[in-house]
Design a protein around this ligand. Structure first.
Ligand code: NAD
Length: 363
């Protein structure tokens, strides 16, 4: 009997406590069907953790995340957190840094039955996840924003050769398993040194993948091209903030933020963490679409299976994708954000039923 695969589930804020139970139920369903040997543990982060422990991200959670085989992380309502010195730390930002989750992988594709983009889309945004313009986490110590006077505010964008090189490698390796095309997105005629360095490292990495085509597009042109010709793109490789923004565009083009699957991955750790936030406008109303975090968790299973050489994890991930597609094909089995009639819980129940073992589905 192999060791259990430890999955740490962190519900987070807003809609997090509504969508994570769906993820847990889905993981249990594929665990039964594919014999994965998962062991799920739940811990609090965010405002619930702050109320009890005085920190949105207690040290015990970081230790548990480091020890786990994978993390499922719900959204964080950062804008409601107390100041950092009073325990309000960015949960996703700090976990990305502590677990060195340097690659943010955000796939987006058109799905049958949903509103379609102008051309069929099946692409993956590969976003550098540890530096760039994210001033609250891009320095070793302190924050990369300051105000020399009351009337002047400055932000420092950090780009390193090391971080650029390793995210480029992830993009080219992924491209090899797909359509062998990488588009690097930049603004290097303006951000001459920082994006200049990023593109220099991407081009150097490209030399090791002569079978993969590399093209370079500026970020503003890319926003338009993604919308008009999404079929032209396969792997979209870019820096932290450009990737954050463009991936919301592609998520919306695929149907909505409720489908924004994402994996934060490093060499040793990975966390499923959807591309959207805590959606305070619909929290507590059984309206949230859990697909984003469910599909993110499928990506996590695939990542774990690849590291451990266990093909049944990829099969489980594929079954989750197929079950989601089957439900999304009809408005009767969608959540309200996609024009459907089901609440979060009812959608979760339908998904679990579809994913059950053959005996369970026949019952
Ligand atoms: P948001 O992504 O939470 O919501 C934007 C819109 O999309 C809202 O109308 C919301 O209802 C809808 N939406 C998002 N997820 C949905 C889902 N699963 N199903 C159905 N509808 C969904 O963005 P926001 O309102 O700008 O931010 C809210 C909070 O989330 C802020 O505190 C922000 O800092 C935080 N945030 C966290 C993360 C993260 O944890 N990784 C990412 C982005 C924003």
């Amino acid at each position: 009997m192999p060791d259990p695969i430890e999955i740490l589930v962190l519900p987070g804020d807003g809609i997090g406590p509504e969508i994570t139970p769906v993820v847990e139920a889905v993981l249990r369903a594929v665990d039964r069907r594919f014999g994965l040997g998962l062991r799920l543990t739940r811990m609090e982060v965010g405002l619930a953790a702050h109320a009890v422990h005085g920190s949105t991200l207690p040290d015990a959670v970081i230790a548990a995340a480091e020890a786990a085989d994978g993390v499922v992380l719900g959204p964080a309502e950062m804008t409601s957190y107390p100041p950092r010195e009073e325990g309000g730390v960015s949960v996703p930002g700090t976990l990305r840094k502590r677990l060195d989750l340097y690659a943010n992988i955000r796939p987006a594709r058109s799905r049958a039955g949903l509103p379609q983009p102008p051309a069929p889309m099946d692409l993956v945004i590969v976003r550098e996840n540890t530096e760039g313009f994210y001033a609250d986490r891009n320095m070793f110590a302190g924050i990369a924003e300051f105000m020399p006077t009351e009337e002047v505010a400055l932000s420092v964008r950090r780009i390193t050769a090391h971080a650029s090189r390793r995210i480029a490698r992830v993009a080219f390796e992924m491209a090899r398993a797909r359509r062998r095309r990488v588009t690097v997105v930049q603004k290097k005629h303006v951000l001459q040194l920082t994006d200049g360095l990023f593109v220099r490292e991407v081009e150097a990495a490209a030399a090791g993948f002569p079978d993969v085509m590399l093209e370079s597009v500026t970020v503003d042109a890319m926003a338009a091209a993604l919308y008009r010709h999404p079929d032209r793109f396969d792997i979209v490789l870019t820096t932290n903030m450009f990737g954050d923004i463009l991936s919301n565009l592609t998520a919306e083009m695929s149907g909505g933020l409720g489908l924004s699957a994402a994996l934060n991955a490093g060499d040793r750790h990975a966390a499923a963490n959807a591309g959207h936030g805590s959606a305070p406008d619909i929290a507590g109303q059984d309206k949230a679409n859990p697909c984003s975090l469910v599909l993110s968790s499928a990506m996590l299973l695939e990542w774990i299976g690849r590291r451990r050489g266990r093909v049944e994890f990829a099969a489980a991930a594929g079954a989750i994708e197929a079950a989601v597609d089957a439900l999304l094909a009809s408005p009767a089995t969608r959540t309200a954000d996609l024009g459907g009639a089901l609440g979060t819980r009812a959608f979760g129940a339908a998904l679990v039923q579809r994913l059950g073992t053959a005996e369970e589905r026949a019952a």
